[in-house]
Structures are given as structure tokens and as C-alpha cells.
Design a protein around this ligand. Structure first.
Ligand code: ASP
Length: 589
């Protein structure tokens, strides 16, 4: 109500209830900026208002009050163009104090943001800030838009348990001890993966859920131990079927901020993404890279200590303008000391010694004089490599170039202007590798999860060349951020057994981890597939926020602590005893 009054309301009697955002006491006149979820209205309490005026002298920031009064147009000179209610004010006839408020560590009206620990400890006050109110409202609208879209496409929202057993996403589980079975534990789901697949076996051919997932991972700035996924699964799909559904609900989600996404999103294989962007989540806002190896003769490559078998990548960052010597040297620092690749940050210098090669590069990569052009090439290898190793080495050069492209893009964001809020570039990355080599464990891991189906054509390479097996797995990527991953699943038990074998999982381990699921697969499982997208991240991007904590009402810190409720905490001896648990050591953070 407070934020909704307009000049057309002038003359009407109103009752407003809310928080005192600010008070200005001019003696005979006291101004209260009254705030609720909808915004702020200026209330004027004059000395004529008697008791109301006396009370107004006692109110402070964040007191909760009710004002009975009437709406009046402001004089032209006092109109405030900065707020939607700036043309009116409410003249108070009566003022009721509904509650007072202790002096606060910060107030929602402060212009300078309190430090984040204080904000999180007093989250209820922080959430009153208009910006947080907007973020939470946006989150609500996005979730509703997605639900409505999926409902319109025949999806059922079906809940799955939080107290379950270990699921296959590969992170550490959060465990819940069982009182009834001391020494036994439930696991909180890292995702509803197996349940949603079982729902397909159960005949609910279109499932979704906006659902909390729990992963005990080492936290980075943009991770939370519990986070929300838009999780879905379909029976009888091709990847394109899943793409169309996701494009539909993302379109609906983006409409909440007035952005009309163009669909279908472009698609690119993992291999292509690596070759063009050096990363599996390409940021399409800047131009792709180009392999310019053909611009050099073998002799030139030799002189430059470049490996002729490895890619030579040209990176272009538009509109950077002439760089100073110091700025050029910084590129070297950004690139870092690398064994696998080297950087040529000064094209003009390269041009002096190799004019033909650089002319050819310019032909292959059209640029304007304002554009920054940098070349990254593979360093000469000392040993000859087999095919798998050579693939890895080439990927390392793409990756080094891709990383430099991203840091340069960030560094010169103001110059090229492509990172302004509102430039949304989405795409699908498909055909991910099925397996990832785990150096530390000396074995293959599932790159997505072990229920992902390999490509039919690659089945024969499962044993001979696991690194070359492609999966029917896909990611949806926005501006260099992965929004979600999914796959077509294995629906046959014999193929599932082969994959487990390729992963080096013994029959005993398969049984103990996923026995119930392997059994279920044998009772008439339809072909199925799905995906999960991070809701928190989507809302963060839509809100233009810097951190997930800005769009999660009650988030945890980067050290997995809830500062408001003070969790985690030790529990009483009695509770531990009941659960049959003894704490043997305390880890210092
Ligand atoms: N469960 C997967 C994940 O959380 C998504 C999927 O495969 O549907 O990454």
C-alpha cells in the first residue's frame, strides 16, 4: 500500500501500516517515511494533529506504526521525482505505535551497505531493504512462471524424500543419524536423480520439482551447501525434447524481467566448444577463438618454439584500443607461467619479424585497429604422445587460450561493453565425454553421473578408448555460466552393468550403492531423460546480483555457517547418546 499511492488518490482517507524508514523532525512538522513491501510514502504529522504529533516525536527508525490520514498532493516545489509516490504525501490525523525497535546495527534506509556478516546475522533487517525485497519477489515470480509453464506442458510436480540414501552426484553427503537404528544414517539427497528415474518407471512420464539439494562440498563464493534445482524428467524423449521444455520455461522466467529470449538456443558439441572457446561453458558475448596455425610455416613455428602439431589460437577482444607497454606486460602476467602453452601478446612485434604470418592471421581473423588480438600456442613437446595424450595436450592449449580470453574479457569489460546487464547469450553444449580421468585415483569417473547413456555409436569404445566415448549429456549455458546439466539415461540393465564395469565399480559396490535401482531398471523401464537447473543462479543472473546470497532468503556463509540461527552447533550429550554417536574430535576451521 505505502508504495502504491498516486496523485489520483488525493483527497481519499487511508490507513497505512508499516515501518518508519526515516524520521525528520522540524518541530511543528514531523515527516515519517513509512515503508512496507510495496514502497515508501511520506507521512506528515503537523502540530495540529495533537496526540499524533506527540507520538511522532517518540518514534525512531524501524518502529512499526499505523497512520490514519488523508492523501494530499505535494506542492510543486516539494515533489520528489526519485520515488513513485513522490507527488503525494499523507497527512496524519492519528498515529498508533504498534511496536518499537531496539537501536539497530544498520537500517534498511542506510545508503552504505553494512558488512555481509552483520547483514547475515540480522538477516530479518537486511531482508527489509528494498533491494532484497525486490530479489525475493523476483525469485517468487520466476519460480511461479516456471511452474506455470511446466504445468501447461503436462508436467506433474511430485515430491521426493529428503531423508534417503546416498545419491550419485559424486559430492559428499550430508548425513542424518537414525535414532531407531543407531549407527545407521539417512543421506540428504544431492539431487532427486534416482527417484525421478523411478518415477519414469512408475509411469509418471513428465515430472518436475523445484527442489532443495544438499551437497557437502568445499565451498566457493558461488556455492551453497543447500541449493534449489528445477529438476525434471521425461519418458521417451530425445535430447531435443528436453531442450524445448527448458527453452520454454527459461523464456517464461526471463519474461519476469521483461526480456524476450529467442528460441531455440544455439547448440554446440563439447568438442566444438573446446575448440572455439577453450571451455565447456562458452561465453558467447565475446567472439570465438580461431586456430591460425596455418598462418605459419613449419620453419617459423620452429623458430618460435611452437609445436606444429598443437593448435595456435587467436583471441580477439573487441574495442580495447591501443594498449600501453605496461598493459601488454600485464597480459603475460594474466597468462601466467605455463608449461603447455605460450602467449604472444604483442602482435606488432610479431609482425616485425613475421610479416607474412601476421598478414595471414589478419586474413583469417578480421579485426579493426581497435580490437585486441593475442595469440596463444602450444609449447614444443619433449616426448611423443599417443592419441589420447595428444588430445589432452591440444585441449590444454585450447583451455589456456580460453582462460586468457575470459580474463581479458573481464579486464576490458568497460571498453567492449558486452558484459552490461541485459545481454543474455544462451546455448546448449552437447555430446560431453562420458568419462573423466581421475589422476589422483588412477581411474575413470563418470563425467556427469553413472546413469547417463553413452552414444550408441561409441559403445564399442567403452573398453578400448573410454576417453573418446561421448555421452548423451547436455548443459545449458548462459554467458559463460552453466545453468544446468542433464542427459538421456541408460534404461537397460545390461548397458548399466557395462558402464559400472568401465567405471571400475565391483558388482558388490554396485549392489550396495544402487542395488534397489538396478533391480527397478529390470521391471519395464521406458527410455527416459531429463535435466536440472539451478534456480538460485538463474535468479541471481536475472537480478543482476553478484552473489547467490543476494537471492537466497537465508543463505549460509562461504564457510557453511548460518549466522542468524548460529548453525551448525554442538548438541547435548543426551541427544548424542540417543543416537548412539560419540564425537571424537573437533575440527578447527
Ligand atoms: N541430477 C543431475 C544434477 O543434479 C541432473 C540430471 O541429470 O538431471 O546435476
Amino acid at each position: 500500500m505505502c508504495g502504491e499511492l498516486r496523485p489520483s488518490d488525493a483527497g481519499s482517507k487511508v490507513v497505512l501500516m508499516g515501518w518508519v524508514n526515516k524520521r525528520r523532525d522540524l518541530g511543528n512538522l514531523i515527516f515519517l517515511d513509512l515503508r512496507d513491501r510495496t514502497g515508501i510514502t511520506q507521512v506528515v504529522v503537523t502540530a495540529d494533529a495533537g496526540a499524533a504529533h506527540d507520538k511522532a516525536t517518540t518514534v525512531r527508525s524501524e518502529f512499526v506504526v499505523a497512520v490514519i490520514g488523508h492523501v494530499k498532493l505535494r506542492d510543486a516545489g516539494t515533489v520528489n521525482k526519485n520515488i513513485p509516490t513522490g507527488e503525494i504525501e499523507v497527512v496524519a490525523d492519528e498515529l498508533r505505535l504498534l511496536n518499537d525497535c531496539k537501536p539497530l546495527p544498520f537500517t534498511p534506509a542506510d545508503n552504505v551497505l553494512a558488512n555481509e556478516e552483520v547483514r547475515l546475522k540480522y538477516r530479518y533487517v537486511d531482508l527489509r531493504r528494498p533491494e532484497m525485497q525486490r530479489n525475493i519477489e523476483l525469485r517468487h515470480k520466476v519460480a511461479i512462471a516456471i511452474r506455470e509453464y511446466l504445468n501447461s506442458q503436462g508436467f506433474y510436480e511430485i515430491e521426493t524424500p529428503f531423508m534417503t540414501r546416498s545419491t550419485p552426484e559424486g559430492a559428499r553427503d550430508y548425513l542424518v543419524p537414525s535414532r531407531v537404528y543407531p549407527g545407521e544414517f539417512y543421506a540428504l539427497p544431492q539431487s532427486p536423480q534416482l527417484f525421478k528415474q523411478i518415477l519414469m518407471i512408475s509411469g509418471f512420464d513428465r515430472y518436475f520439482q523445484i527442489v532443495r539439494c544438499f551437497r557437502d562440498e568445499d565451498l566457493r563464493a558461488d556455492r551453497q551447501p543447500e541449493f534449489t534445482q528445477i529438476d525434471l524428467e521425461m519418458s521417451f524423449p530425445r535430447p531435443e525434447t528436453v531442450f524445448a521444455v527448458v527453452e520454454g520455461f527459461l523464456k517464461a522466467a526471463f519474461t519476469t524481467i521483461g526480456v524476450a529470449l529467442e528460441t531455440p538456443f544455439p547448440r554446440m558439441s563439447y568438442d566444438e566448444a573446446i575448440r572455439l572457446y577453450g571451455i565447456d561453458k562458452p561465453d558467447l558475448r565475446l567472439p570465438p577463438m580461431t586456430d591460425v596455425r596455418e598462418a605459419f610455416t613449419t620453419a617459423q613455428l620452429d623458430t618460435l618454439h611452437i609445436d606444429a602439431e598443437l593448435p595456435v589460437m587467436a583471441i580477439v577482444i573487441p574495442k580495447v584500443g591501443e594498449l600501453s607497454r605496461k598493459e601488454r606486460d600485464e597480459i603475460k602476467t594474466m597468462f601466467g607461467d605455463r608449461k603447455e602453452a605460450k602467449v604472444f601478446e604483442d602482435i606488432k612485434r610479431l609482425e616485425k619479424s613475421f610479416p607474412d604470418a601476421v598478414a595471414k592471421i589478419r586474413e583469417l581473423v578480421p579485426t579493426t585497429p581497435e580490437d585486441l588480438l593475442v595469440v596463444v600456442a602450444g609449447a614444443k613437446r619433449t616426448e611423443t604422445a599417443n592419441e589420447a595424450k595428444a588430445r589432452q595436450q591440444a585441449y590444454a592449449v585450447y583451455a589456456a587460450a580460453g582462460q586468457l580470453r575470459l580474463v581479458l574479457g573481464q579486464k576490458y569489460a568497460e571498453r567492449h561493453g558486452e558484459f552490461e546487464h541485459g545481454n543474455f547469450r544462451l546455448l546448449w553444449v552437447t555430446d560431453f565425454p562420458m568419462f573423466e580421468w581421475d589422476e589422483a585415483e588412477d581411474r575413470w569417473n563418470a563425467a556427469h553421473h553413472p546413469f547417463t547413456s553413452p552414444h550408441d555409436e561409441d559403445m564399442d569404445k567403452l573398453e578400448s578408448d573410454p576417453g573418446a566415448v561421448r555421452a548423451l549429456a547436455y548443459d545449458v549455458v548462459l554467458n559463460g555460466t552453466e545453468l544446468g546439466s542433464g542427459s538421456i539415461r541408460i534404461h537397460r540393465q545390461d548397458i548399466q552393468a557395462k558402464i559400472f564395469k568401465a567405471l571400475g565399480m565391483s558388482p558388490e559396490e554396485q549392489q550396495s550403492r544402487f542395488g534397489f535401482f538396478l533391480e527397478a531398471l529390470q521391471y519395464g523401464t521406458p527410455p527416459h531423460g531429463g535435466i536440472a537447473l539451478g534456480l538460485d543462479r538463474i535468479v541471481m543472473i536475472l537480478a543482476g546480483a553478484e552473489s547467490l546470497r543476494e537471492v537466497i532468503p537465508f543463505p549460509k556463509t562461504a564457510k557453511a555457517v548460518d549466522l542468524m540461527v548460529d548453525a551448525p552447533t554442538p548438541v547435548s550429550e543426551r541427544q548424542l547418546k540417543e543416537l548412539g554417536i560419540a564425537v571424537v574430535g573437533k575440527k578447527e576451521l
